[in-house]
Design a protein around this ligand. Structure first.
Ligand code: SER
Ligand code: ZN
Length: 505
């Protein structure tokens, strides 16, 4: 027979099928040979191209076990072959009044071509990894339960993802200039955060990347919000909602954030119990030492999710599993009810990059056409605001969609329908560009993830836009400075008098 060999993956599996009675007594060796031959000829080849599939290369009966060694290519992976065999063997044994009790997985090795530079140190359910001569060999550590859950397939998929990620890393993130505003006069050349701090408009809070916003800066934030209300929410038919600010893992699984949020999340934990006795040792320790015993606390709490990160994801639970009539579309809502949190590590800088920030999240949904059309409308309105009210210099760029970047999939999407527009403005004091907001069309990602449907059966799409209040402030003050006489008239009016409340001795 012509042996067209699939070389890119090889599987070698040693496993036992454990039975409820002694096989050597119940089944003749001839019968078994016939069974295995049938499997090799048909069962383990089903669905594979000619000459491909899986094969039992050796077998033996030891008391109540059928010991098997299966090798295969990628067409019928050895673990699938084993599951097929288990079924078929169950039927075969039925005649002999014996049942299958379970599977023991002794060895499972997967060998595949590996032509990327990526070095693998550790993989889930893999006890050893060998990388040599463009081959990758995995020694799996799995049992029956994990095999039935198709963990080997997930590991292979994970490797594909990692290879893909490497390709994207090579490419620079997608960035394409869409629009550039006219040059505008700058009235300031210093770091606005430092100036705000000097003037007592803000003060560093106790936490990293966290500020307390004094009356003056808060008034500026509120003026920005009023501009959004007057220019966007009222004329474009938005209603306000309040989105949760604690996010569970289930939400992040559905939104995709569970694929990559870990290095940036602010984790939230709850007590394992609120029984005061359970906490007495902690309380006593604190009272005696005046130190908070973090280790003791860690033992008594469990993680349940994290703080708001992208703002819109937890709102989708409102619609989860629902079907909506088409005639209520497009739906437009916004949330400004609280903070977002990201562990920015070394990246924090003034109010430009914070661990705790305030953002107005704008969310709209409808048919594909409605969502794209509304995105255009928003873009026009933003241009009006930046040109006519804030008078800033900025540009707009088509970039890797925020949700892909946040899932670790940077570099994807060159499609023009689904994706993100980043708004960037130069900070004259550093010459650097700051992303100060975005507008995204997220396609059917959220409705799919949260299982939201339309009565007509048409695809539901959504979009979102995050207005970072600190970022708007940073851009505006960096370009226009602190001399309010030099501020554009419309914005000066929108803000009003800056209140002076505190004085210090
Ligand atoms: N949800 C979007 C983001 O996190 C827009 O705010 O960037
Ligand atoms: Zn969003």
């Amino acid at each position: 027979m012509e042996h067209e060999k699939a070389t890119d993956m090889e599987f070698m599996l040693k496993a036992n099928l454990k039975c409820s009675g002694s096989l050597s007594e119940a089944v003749s060796s001839d019968e078994l040979t016939e069974f295995v031959n049938y499997c090799n000829a048909e069962l383990l080849k089903k669905g594979a191209p000619p000459g491909c599939g899986a094969e039992v290369v050796s077998w033996a009966i030891v008391a109540d076990k059928l010991e098997l060694e299966i090798v295969s290519d990628r067409f019928v992976r050895a673990h699938d072959a084993l599951l097929r065999l288990k079924n078929e063997f169950g039927k075969f044994l039925g005649k002999h009044r014996i049942g299958i009790r379970g599977m023991e997985i002794n060895d499972y090795e997967i060998t595949m071509d590996w032509d990327t530079e990526l070095k693998l140190k550790k993989l889930p359910f893999v006890k050893a990894i060998k990388q040599e001569a463009e081959k990758l060999k995995l020694f799996l550590d799995i049992d029956e339960f994990l095999l039935e859950k198709r963990i080997p397939d997930r590991i292979i998929k994970l490797l594909d993802d990692k290879k893909e990620a490497i390709k994207w890393k090579g490419k620079s993130e997608h960035w394409e200039l869409l629009f550039e505003s006219a040059k505008k006069p700058f009235h300031f050349d210093k770091d606005p955060t430092e100036e705000m701090a000097k003037r007592g408009w803000i003060r560093h809070a106790a936490g990293r990347g966290q500020f307390i916003y004094g009356p003056q800066s808060t008034k500026i934030f509120r003026a920005f919000e009023r501009i959004l209300v007057d220019e966007i929410f009222t004329p474009l038919g938005y209603e306000e909602m309040i989105f949760p600010k604690f996010v569970t893992w289930d939400v992040w699984k559905r939104s995709g954030h569970a694929k990559g949020i870990y290095p940036e999340a602010y984790y939230v934990c709850t007590p394992k119990t609120r029984d005061p006795e359970y906490w007495e040792e902690v309380i006593d320790y604190y009272k005696v030492t005046n130190e908070v015993p973090l280790d003791m606390i860690m033992e008594r709490i469990e993680n349940v999710g994290g703080m708001c990160y992208a703002q819109c994801p937890p709102s989708w639970v409102f619609l989860q599993g629902k079907t909506m009539p088409d005639d209520i579309l497009p739906i437009k809502v916004f949330d400004r009810s609280g903070t977002s949190h990201r562990y920015e590590s070394g990246g924090i800088h003034g109010i430009e990059r914070l661990d705790e920030f305030h953002r107005v999240e704008i969310l709209w949904m409808g048919t594909k056409e409605q969502v794209i059309a509304h995105s255009k409308q928003l873009q026009d309105t933003y241009r009006y605001i930046f040109n006519e009210i804030l008078d800033i210099e900025w540009r707009e760029a088509w970039v890797t969609p925020w949700f892909m970047a946040q899932e670790g999939k940077s570099g994807l999407s060159e499609l023009k329908e689904v994706g993100t527009i980043d708004y960037e403005a130069v900070l004259p004091y550093s010459g650097k560009l700051l992303e100060f907001q975005n507008v995204s069309v997220n396609g059917d990602k959220y409705p799919k993830g949260f299982n939201v449907k339309l009565q007509s059966g048409e695809e539901l799409w959504s979009g979102c836009s995050g207005v970072g209040l600190q970022r708007w402030t940073a851009v505006f003050l960096a370009q226009k400075g602190f001399d309010t006489d030099k501020w554009p008239e419309k914005f000066r009016t929108a803000v009003g008098e800056l209140p002076e409340v505190f004085r210090f001795l």
